[in-house]
Design a protein around this ligand. Structure first.
Ligand code: PLP
Length: 328
């Protein structure tokens, strides 16, 4: 059980920043002249796509792992994510020289397993589905007394992701609006916590992909709901919010001002825009903010906005197909 088992507050974000500063990159917020012209605002891009391991997830993972009591940390950590969270946990554990186990199902492509092993983590492949991989995860956790590092619904994870928000408000002096990708809500809850605590007048907008609006449906229902998984370019936004969600659902409900949903086509155009005008490779999940602007779904006239580009993990073939489809 986590020692800080209450809702995180701004101070936890500041504590997280001190804890993780040697392990995590302070990424730049760069101005986008073209997005500014298109929207009539002043638009900045927060480059978490250039973060270690290619996503912001190292922030939460580092904060969670460093918050563990020394003896627990030494025994090691365990998680069961296939994507950016698994990479982040493996990378941080590797940097700290502690054991990490990442549980994957047999369906996960072999290159992903090799990537995680490359960071020095043990990959445990068991089960034909995510559910079965999750069972293996609980069994190994017990057997080896490993500490779980969950992807979003945890106060230390949320506070860690919130450090990206602190950097934005420091680097973009007139910041009054942020757009943040939304899946499980760790990133959005953390950034909203940091920014709203410092200045409640800042507008915080969550952006979901049409293929996977699980948090939005859960907000509507007033409790976590499950949805069928669809194929999407924004694959890092897939997955539920957890039946026992305790933190991110109430925080997103209480702290976020507005929600926008973008389509697959809009996500593609966001990825292409980042490449064409900023020479940035971003994954589908990271493109939802630019997508919200280009589609006219976010009104930024007269605003100073920060768009969080959350990651850059995209398969080469998928990426090239998107660029080719929209090539001029
Ligand atoms: C995990 C992830 C998200 C969503 O973060 P949540 O905390 O689950 O809402 C967005 N973009 C990328 C690249 C991610 O890896």
């Amino acid at each position: 059980m986590n020692m800080m088992d209450t809702m995180p507050v701004l101070r936890d974000v500041y504590k997280a920043r001190r804890r993780i500063e040697d392990l995590v990159r302070r990424t730049a917020s760069i101005h986008s002249p073209l997005l500014s012209a298109e929207t009539g605002g002043d638009v900045y891009l927060k480059l978490e796509c250039l973060q270690h391991t290619g996503s912001f997830k190292v922030r939460g993972a580092a904060n969670r792992i460093l918050a563990l009591p020394e003896a627990d940390r030494k025994r090691g950590v365990i998680t069961f994510s296939t994507g950016n969270h698994g990479k982040a946990v493996a990378y941080i554990a590797g940097r700290l020289g502690i054991p990490a186990v990442v549980c994957l199902s047999e369906h996960v492509p072999a290159y992903r397993a090799r990537l995680i092993e490359g960071f020095g983590a043990e990959v445990h492949i068991e089960g034909r589905s995510q559910d079965e991989a999750e069972k293996a995860y609980f069994r190994l956790m017990e057997e080896r007394r490993l500490c779980p590092v969950v992807p979003f619904d945890d106060p230390d994870i949320i506070a860690g992701q919130g450090t990206a928000g602190l950097e934005m408000i420091e680097d973009i002096s007139e910041l009054d609006t942020v757009l943040v990708p939304l899946s499980g809500g760790g990133l959005l809850a953390g950034v909203a916590l940091a920014l709203k605590s410092i200045d409640p007048s800042i507008t915080v907008i969550g952006v979901s992909a049409e293929a996977t609006p699980v948090m939005l449906e859960s907000l509507r229902a007033g409790k976590p709901v499950r949805m069928e998984e669809k194929d999407t370019l924004a694959d890092s936004l897939l997955g539920g919010i957890g039946d026992g969600n305790r933190y991110t659902l109430p925080m997103v409900r209480d702290l976020v001002d507005e929600h926008i949903v973008v389509t697959e086509d809009e996500v593609e155009k966001g990825m292409v825009f980042a490449f064409r005008h900023h020479s940035l490779v971003i994954e589908g999940a990271a493109a939802v903010g630019i997508a919200a602007l280009l589609s006219g779904k976010a009104d930024l006239r007269g605003k100073t906005a920060g768009i969080l580009l959350s990651g850059s993990s995209v398969e080469e073939k998928k990426y090239l197909a998107v660029l080719n489809k929209h090539a001029v």
